[in-house]
Design a protein around this ligand. Structure first.
Ligand code: FE2
Length: 130
């Protein structure tokens, strides 16, 4: 039986960058809010066209020693140059960068998952230590 996790990729191919990059402040303290910035295509921009784009980024948190992960937030990117004039003729584009302001009480693991409309699901993780 195949599982959804079988389709989530963690390594990039060709020259496109799909794996989300998680940026954190240097000093994170338990119980204090901080920003988690998640970017897709940080080194090499991913295309952002009507036909090919990053649709959303999801951020999850799995506290150390617990059985379940939590969804911290999800951002949809919905403008990719579409307009009544046609594909890629529109005046608006949203780029795949999301900032989540979070407060965590325990160390654990942050995982970002993103969805490219034609290349599927990609993820990366970062440990949170206090
Ligand atoms: Fe893609």
């Amino acid at each position: 039986m195949s599982r959804f996790s079988d389709y989530i990729k963690t390594e990039d191919f060709k020259k496109e960058k799909h794996v989300p990059v998680i940026d954190l402040p240097e000093n994170i303290k338990a119980g204090e809010a901080f920003n988690v910035e998640v970017t897709v295509g940080k080194e090499i921009p991913h295309p952002n066209t009507t036909e090919h784009f990053i649709a959303w980024i999801l951020l999850t948190y799995k506290p150390e020693g617990e059985n379940f992960a939590y969804e911290l937030g999800r951002v949809d990117f919905t403008a990719h140059g579409a307009s009544a004039a046609g594909a890629n003729q529109g005046p608006a584009y949203t780029n795949p960068v999301a900032v989540f302001n979070v407060k965590l009480l325990k160390p654990g693991v942050l995982t970002a998952v993103e969805h490219c409309n034609i290349h599927g699901f990609w993820e990366s993780s970062k440990d949170i230590k206090f």
